[in-house]
Design a protein around this ligand. Structure first.
Ligand code: FCB
Length: 468
């Protein structure tokens, strides 16, 4: 018996087993909230360009204004502090601090992050910097983008330049956010900037992103005068077979391989998974590994950021019962389960989160974990005052925090949890339509109103810390 659903209300909530040292935070990213895309020397990123491609982003939305965070930063930091959170994970916009992606830093762009870091520290909130959350300078895309090896070196230079400015105060650094999304959604499937559709480009991008991560870890470690926590954030979704049939099991293996192990294995074990290399070879794609790359990619790091939103079930046969598609490739079909879903149509499966975290501690031992993103979009309905009684989001967050607590009890070394997201924001190809914030943003007035989930989160953190 391990399920809470049968636990009498008098018994402690598993969330309360999270230790007092647990880190509690919220996350955002630069392009999704900042706006001010042409201010203080910032040049376009691939997302500025992609937003202008007809049909690429729902409603023709862009990040031009977003949450206007660039101009409202102190107010937003105050919101974080008022929630009693100890960590704020934000990303730095590469084209703001190094316009064009090469050459010297742009002092005016860096000054914004300098002020942000000071504001956070002044309010008792630890800054957690993500160096790359998808806003590649357009000039680097014009030179070939992530499928080109040189971009990894450009990223390492940029990382060093940001570290030189903020490394005296920022103690935790994430190199990349979700390399799978950058590589596959951006270069293989065309859903994200820059919108290419080539598996070969996607895989080359994945390798160069990982190489850039390893180079950046080495550079920052060398530049750090004292202890610093370095890491990377990956998005992981569980891939389970729909049945025990060999075809379904192979479909789940392949999905887990391309989505999860293609990143985790080189980062932690210094090798690409052979089954994935074989799958790719059958599609005529080779990972462009050069001598020494895997040693760089597996440079030891301190914390693995895990972003988890959903799990999926896979079948190796299509609805007609065929196990090959028209091109002769093995079928890999997502099977919809009869489960509650978010507004993204993502299945809500907190148990898979526990499984995932336990599996990470088994297959990749010795790697401390922090949940750098978890949250949900729902169709929020504000009342006349702009307040959203988002009980669905509260339930999602509570169930997933319980999943984290259970994973910890089962031995997973999870040290913190950051809700995605502080604010409703620009949800990439979905534009402003999908709201993930625990704080509502009225885009007409830029007014921020904490939702019930924000108040619940604040109270939960207080209770777990024993502050109540
Ligand atoms: C993640 C992204 C983040 C946000 C959430 C919903 O994949 O890292 O920017 O869009 O999904």
């Amino acid at each position: 018996m391990d399920s809470d659903r049968t636990t009498p209300a008098t018994q402690a909530d598993p969330i309360d087993t999270l230790p007092p040292t647990f880190r509690w935070g919220v996350a955002t990213s630069s392009y999704q909230i900042e706006g001010a895309v042409a201010e203080d020397g910032r040049t376009p990123s691939i997302w500025d360009t992609f937003c202008r491609v007809p049909g690429a982003v729902a409603g023709g939305d862009t990040g031009d204004v977003a949450c206007d965070h660039y101009h409202r930063m102190p107010q937003d930091v105050a919101l974080i502090a008022d929630l009693g959170l100890d960590t704020y994970r934000f990303s730095v916009a590469w084209p703001r601090v190094q316009p064009g992606g090469r050459g010297p830093a742009n002092p005016a762009g860096l000054a914004f992050y300098d002020r942000l870091v000071d504001e956070l520290l002044g309010r008792g909130v630890d800054p957690w910097v993500t160096l790359y959350h998808w806003d590649l300078p357009q000039e680097l895309e014009d030179a070939g983008g992530w499928p080109v090896r040189d971009t990894a070196y450009r990223f390492a230079d940029y990382a060093e330049l940001v570290f030189a400015a903020l490394g005296d105060r920022v103690k935790t650094w994430t190199t990349l956010n979700e390399p799978w999304c950058s590589a596959m959604l951006g270069y293989a499937y065309g859903d994200h900037a820059p919108g290419r559709r080539s598996l070969g480009d996607g895989i080359a991008a994945a390798h160069h992103l990982l190489l850039g991560h390893g180079l950046a870890v080495q550079r920052l470690r060398a530049a750090a005068p004292g202890p610093v926590e370095l890491g990377i954030t990956v998005n992981l979704a569980t891939a389970d077979p729909a049945t025990d049939s060999p075809a379904d099991r192979d479909a789940a293996r392949a999905a887990d391989g391309l989505g999860n192990r293609l990143y985790l294995d080189p980062l932690v074990h210094g090798r690409y998974p052979e089954d994935v290399v074989d799958d790719l070879a059958r599609q005529g794609v080779r990972i462009p590994v050069e001598e020494g790359d895997l040693a760089v990619i597996s440079t030891p790091f301190d914390v693995l950021g895990v972003n988890y939103y959903f799990g999926q079930l896979f079948s190796g046969v299509d609805e007609q019962g065929r196990d090959r598609d028209d091109d002769g490739r093995p079928v890999q079909r997502v099977v919809r389960r009869d489960l509650p879903r978010t507004a993204m149509d993502w299945e809500i499966v907190p148990d898979s989160f526990t499984e995932l975290l336990v599996r990470l501690s088994r297959d990749y031992p010795g790697v401390p974990l922090v949940i750098t993103e978890n949250g949900a979009a729902f169709d929020d309905r504000p009342d006349a005052d702009g307040f959203v009684a988002d009980d669905d989001r509260v339930a999602y967050l509570a169930e997933h925090l319980r999943a984290v607590a259970r994973a910890r009890s089962a031995g997973a070394d999870v040290r913190g949890y950051f809700a995605w997201s502080l604010l409703d924001n620009f949800e990439w190809a979905y534009g402003y339509d999908k709201r993930f914030g625990i704080i509502r943003v009225d885009y007409d007035t830029q007014r921020r109103t904490p939702k019930r989930s924000a108040l619940w989160y604040r109270d939960t953190v207080r209770r777990v810390r024993g502050q109540r």
